[in-house]
Design a binder for this molecule. Structure first.
Ligand SMILES: *Cc1c(COP(=O)(O)O)cnc(C)c1O
Length: 341
């Protein structure tokens, strides 16, 4: 097998610990998992397998192609973007059901014979979902609904919108045939027991994201590692990388690593990110240069062919790169070998 010169080291125990912590915080509410975007870039199949073993029963993807890729795992999958006409051929997948978002989607589902579904209601985000007024007018009558859900716009902030959205969900209780109600994403879980209803739907925090201070200490799951392709000495006065943004003040030992934009190592890490050789920090020098980065390896014993891990704890990596924690995960590229440990 030809191994890639970059790999994602994935910590299975950290993933499961994060889910268990969120499940414990959620009390009596069931704790699901958002695994859209290929498990936020980590690999949805591997995430699902491990969380299902830990006891997770409700999984959420965005599209039917994502559902199809998971269907043989046997878990229950909700497809958040609902059913377009183009989806109907797939929409009868075993164990998968749509989250219906619009009157047209609901009609399409009814015309195809109905069956168990979820419904998204918009309570103030104005993204996807039917309105509470349409529900009051009978839009959902006769539908077999597992979960009536809504989504928080600002759960990661102390916004008055949170309480407003929560109150609108409470007002829907008992007005439909839905077996369960659900509102909280990762951040919502930390807003308190009133936000948890019957089912919570964390995503980012499972993967080590920290959307609110209360969730500090979620364990890092994904660590990019890259192989050294060349080691060189850069003489004082010489520059490194595209646009020569870094110039050596003294003779400097530099390692060139196989990592760059296509892997999700963004320009924002230029001059700010770092690799590690053991505990020794090796700062990124100059620009990320397309598929390659340079690090100062003078403090470590680094040779061509060695592997170095990159600093990628999400709150810190987000702060230095200017990318959101969501972008940092979902941008992790296809060139990585994804290795679960
Ligand atoms: C993505 C998503 C989630 C998970 O959100 P996080 O902020 O990643 O925890 C939950 N519910 C819905 C509807 C989503 O789209």
């Amino acid at each position: 097998m030809n191994r890639s010169p970059c790999r994602l080291s994935l910590d299975a125990a950290a993933l499961v610990d994060n889910w268990r912590r969120l499940a414990a915080m959620s009390g009596a509410a069931a704790c699901g998992a958002a695994v859209k975007a290929d498990g936020y870039g980590l690999g949805a199949r591997e995430v699902v397998r491990r969380l299902a073993d830990a006891g997770c029963r409700d999984f959420f993807v965005a599209t039917w192609a994502e559902a199809r890729a998971l269907v043989d795992t046997g878990v229950s999958i909700s497809v958040l973007h609902g059913v377009r006409a183009d989806d109907m051929a797939l929409a009868r997948l075993r164990n998968a059901r749509p989250v219906l978002n619009t009157a047209r989607q609901i009609q399409r589902w009814r015309d195809a014979g109905g069956g168990l579904c979820d419904v998204m209601v918009d309570t103030g985000m104005n993204r996807l979902g039917v309105s509470p007024a349409d529900i009051a007018d009978g839009l959902l009558e006769g539908l077999r609904i597992d979960t009536l859900m809504s989504h928080l716009a600002s759960g990661d902030e102390d916004s008055p919108l949170n309480e407003q959205q929560r109150a609108r969900v409470v007002a829907l209780a008992g007005t439909t045939e839905a077996q369960r109600m659900s509102l909280a994403n990762s951040a919502g879980i930390a807003l308190g027991a009133d936000y948890r209803f019957d089912l919570v739907r964390p995503g980012i925090a499972l993967y080590g994201g920290v959307p609110r201070a209360e969730l500090a200490g979620m364990r890092q799951v994904a660590t990019p590692e890259a192989q050294v392709l060349q080691r060189r000495r850069v003489a004082a006065g010489e520059s490194v990388g595209y646009n020569a943004t870094w110039t050596a003040q003294t003779d400097t030992e530099v390692a060139i690593l196989n990592l760059g934009y296509a892997d999700g190592y963004w320009c924002g890490f230029s001059g700010k990110g770092a690799a590690r050789a053991g505990a020794t920090r090796l700062p990124v020098l100059g620009r990320v240069s397309m598929d390659l980065i340079a690090v100062d390896c003078g403090a470590a014993d680094v040779a061509e062919g060695d592997w170095l891990a990159l600093d990628y704890a999400l709150p810190e990596a987000s702060a230095i790169s200017g990318m959101s924690q969501y972008e940092l995960l979902t941008g992790l590229g296809a060139r990585f070998d994804r290795i679960w440990r």
